[in-house]
Ligand binder design. Structure first.
Ligand code: HXC
Length: 258
């Protein structure tokens, strides 16, 4: 199926999605987000795909929600049209890991999109920020919720209240990104990470995502309990038998995703 705002390909067991509105620094129009969700749901349901990589271009991962689109909205437009809830909430339901590979600007909704992914790898020229305050709005897709969980209350306040940008080094120090790589190696590093993840058991990597995300939704004792139940569940998989047998046989495992 042809898409107008994204480019999609499959590389072995990894689904690669490139945001593709370069003329607007990959601003997140409703159409773009709809296409993104559609393809993520497609990959999520595809047995052959283990992991997804989401990338922009050299200049921008995404410079936020589409400002000309939002400038026309009234309160009734956003409320009755269910702006953001209509499509963004579906991102949370994707069960396979998504790696955000960020080069250039990740601002506003772009930063929120990266934070909604599971691993964030940044190019050394990446810039993160929540500049909504400059437009007279607040972050609307998790910026005030995921950012303090990812960094700290103080830095989240600093970024959201001043609208300033944070470079890749600061973002790594603050814990927003898992690693920083040279800009010209971003895609390669993200794909290598995705291929590594893809080499493991599908139900097990899905359980890890589910369990880590539970850490953000619950108390420690409930989270530990949830983890324990999933841990026990892995012993019902054929891949646990294979993984441990392979270790004992001193050979690489051959997982069958069951
Ligand atoms: C639509 C955008 C855009 C955006 C940039 N462009 N950001 N179009 N929506 N969010 C367009 C510009 O209008 C311009 O188009 C082209 O992309 C290149 O941008 P320039 O400004 O010329 O580039 P530069 O001088 O390099 O500055 C880059 C920039 C700046 C610092 C990133 O573009 C900027 O501040 N953009 C807005 C960032 C922002 O406020 N994001 C938050 C949006 S609110 P033309 O046609 O003029 O060449 C938000 C709410 C989230 O995200 C709600 C949940 C989704």
């Amino acid at each position: 199926m042809p898409y107008e705002n994204i480019l999609v390909e499959e590389r072995e067991r990894v689904g690669l999605i490139r945001l593709n509105r370069p003329q607007a620094l990959n601003a997140l129009s409703d159409e773009l987000v709809d296409e993104l969700i559609l393809v993520l749901e497609r990959f999520d349901a595809d047995e052959r795909i283990q992991c997804m990589v989401l990338i922009g271009n050299e200049k921008a991962f995404a410079a936020g929600a589409d400002i000309p689109m939002m400038a026309k909205f009234s309160y009734m437009d956003v409320y009755k049209g269910n702006f953001l809830t209509r499509n963004w909430d579906k991102l949370r339901l994707i069960r396979k890991p998504i790696i955000a590979a960020v080069a250039g600007y990740a601002l506003g909704g772009g930063c929120e999109l990266a934070m909604a992914c599971d691993v964030v790898i940044a190019a050394d020229d990446a810039k993160f920020g929540q500049p909504e305050i400059k437009l007279g709005i607040i972050p609307g897709a998790g910026g005030t919720q995921r950012l303090p969980r990812a960094v700290s209350k103080s830095k989240a306040m600093d970024l959201c209240l001043t609208g300033r940008m944070m470079d890749a080094e600061e973002a790594e120090r603050a814990g927003l990104v898992s690693r920083v790589v040279p800009a010209n190696q971003l895609l390669e590093e993200a794909m290598a990470t995705a291929q590594k993840i893809a080499s493991f058991s599908q139900p097990v990597l899905m359980m890890i995502k589910e369990s880590i995300n539970t850490a953000y939704e619950t108390t420690l004792s409930e989270g530990i309990h949830f983890e324990r139940r999933l841990f026990h569940t892995t012993f019902a998989t054929e891949d646990q038998k294979e993984g441990m047998r392979a270790f004992l046989d001193k050979r690489p495992p051959s997982f069958i995703d069951r």
